[in-house]
Ligand binder design. Structure first.
Ligand SMILES: C[S@@+](CC[C@H](N)C(=O)[O-])C[C@H]1O[C@@H](n2cnc3c(N)ncnc32)[C@H](O)[C@@H]1O
Length: 359
């Protein structure tokens, strides 16, 4: 499944800036690109940042003003990417080729590149093959000294009519790679969960320092690492039936600097006593790249029963799956109480996250 391939994001250190100052209406404008379904999670995470004012939230985007150090935005975990936004009072993109506008545009972009360390450029815009767009792209590439790589250029620029007004706006991605490509991911596997989705599921399920956490079917360890980075817990262990997955999860945890036990064990026969865990995190096989639909028809009911045995009274289980009809049917016949947390749209898949509670 096209859960995003892992790439190691580049980090560029900038000197710390002092606390936000001045009138919030004058703070620089940014836009966070968000997976559909995670907008509320993103708003909540953005709301924890001092000196950040959300000005608009829509599908797959949250727009905000921020007066603090932009480095902080590169550490957001729920969003795909953050873009700096500038608006020019021009009626058409051709206006950006004017002497003054082009000077302002390239000076602004030089600042973005100096902070982010981008090594190439690409432009996303309606009509990007038009003569004007091609000229604009060539001017920016020349002025910034960056090669134009139309498919995967690191400085991703988006050009569009200004939101709710006249003029055109340019959005420049702050980081060379998407933020969902975490620094800790040194190993990926087929079916690796998008880290922003993992973060969203964990945030929606709620963090408790007293939780004894179990991550059966941990794969490359995305849920383990993201949970370990989010705050304290009582205990956490991951298992996978596949030796390669166990090694992969261990490498990622090591890269994240987190000490979590991972073992090669069948989640359906761990030999652990009843009620060993308070929170179970399960990204089940979706039946396409990992597992099969036929196999899942047997796996899902057995899994729900065994996890019910391992979960404490009042405990919770987060389930992420794309096998929606099967899962909802099996859930209805299980001893769990369940509710949907969110449905996320990512790379052609639209998995749901559920929160199950054990009475
Ligand atoms: C969808 S993948 C998990 C992906 C993981 N969340 C990640 O980010 O890499 C499902 C995993 O379940 C594992 N698995 C399947 N059946 C299992 C079982 N009975 N016990 C333990 N692991 C199992 C597979 O080996 C696979 O790694």
């Amino acid at each position: 499944m096209p859960r995003r391939p892992a790439r190691t994001a580049q980090k560029t250190r900038r000197p710390q800036r002092s606390a936000p100052r001045g009138n919030p209406a004058d703070w620089p404008l940014y836009e966070a690109e968000v997976l559909r379904g995670l907008e509320e999670v993103a708003r909540t995470e953005l709301g924890t940042i001092r000196g950040l004012d959300v000005v608009a939230a829509g599908d797959e985007a949250v727009r905000f003003r921020y007066g603090g150090d932009p480095d902080r935005l590169g550490r957001l975990r729920s969003v795909v990417a953050v873009y700096a936004v500038r608006v020019w009072d021009v009626p058409r993109p051709r206006g950006l080729l004017g002497h003054q506008q082009l000077g302002e545009l390239t000076a602004w972009l030089r600042g973005v590149v100096a902070a982010g360390g981008h090594r190439s450029l690409r432009v996303s815009a309606a009509g990007r093959d038009s003569e004007v767009m091609e000229r604009l792209t060539a001017e920016m590439a020349g002025a910034l000294g960056l090669p134009h790589q139309p498919e995967d250029g690191e400085l991703r620029l988006r050009l569009r009519p200004a939101a709710g007004g006249t003029g055109w706006e340019v959005l420049a991605r702050l980081t060379p790679k998407p933020l969902s490509a975490r620094d800790w991911r040194v190993c990926n596997r087929e079916g690796g969960l998008n880290a922003s989705i993992a973060y969203g599921a964990l945030a929606l399920a709620g963090l408790r320092a007293s939780d004894r956490i179990f991550n059966p079917m941990c794969g490359s360890g995305t849920l383990l690492v993201e949970r370990a980075l989010m705050g304290p817990y009582e205990a956490m262990v991951g298992v996978d039936i596949d030796a390669g997955a166990v090694a992969c999860a261990r490498s990622n945890l090591k890269a994240a600097g987190r000490d979590v036990e991972v073992a090669q064990v069948d989640a359906l026969s761990t030999g652990l006593p009843p009620r060993s865990f308070d929170l179970i995190l399960a990204d089940l096989p979706w039946g396409d790249d990992i597992g099969t639909h036929g196999g899942n028809a047997e796996l899902y009911p057995a899994f729900l029963n065994e996890m019910h045995r391992l979960c404490s009274r009042g405990g919770r289980m987060v389930v992420i799956t794309h096998e929606l009809r099967l899962f909802e049917r099996v859930l209805a016949d299980s001893p769990w109480q369940g509710r949907e947390l969110a449905q996320v749209y990512s790379g052609g898949h639209h998995p749901k996250m559920y929160l199950l509670t054990r009475g």
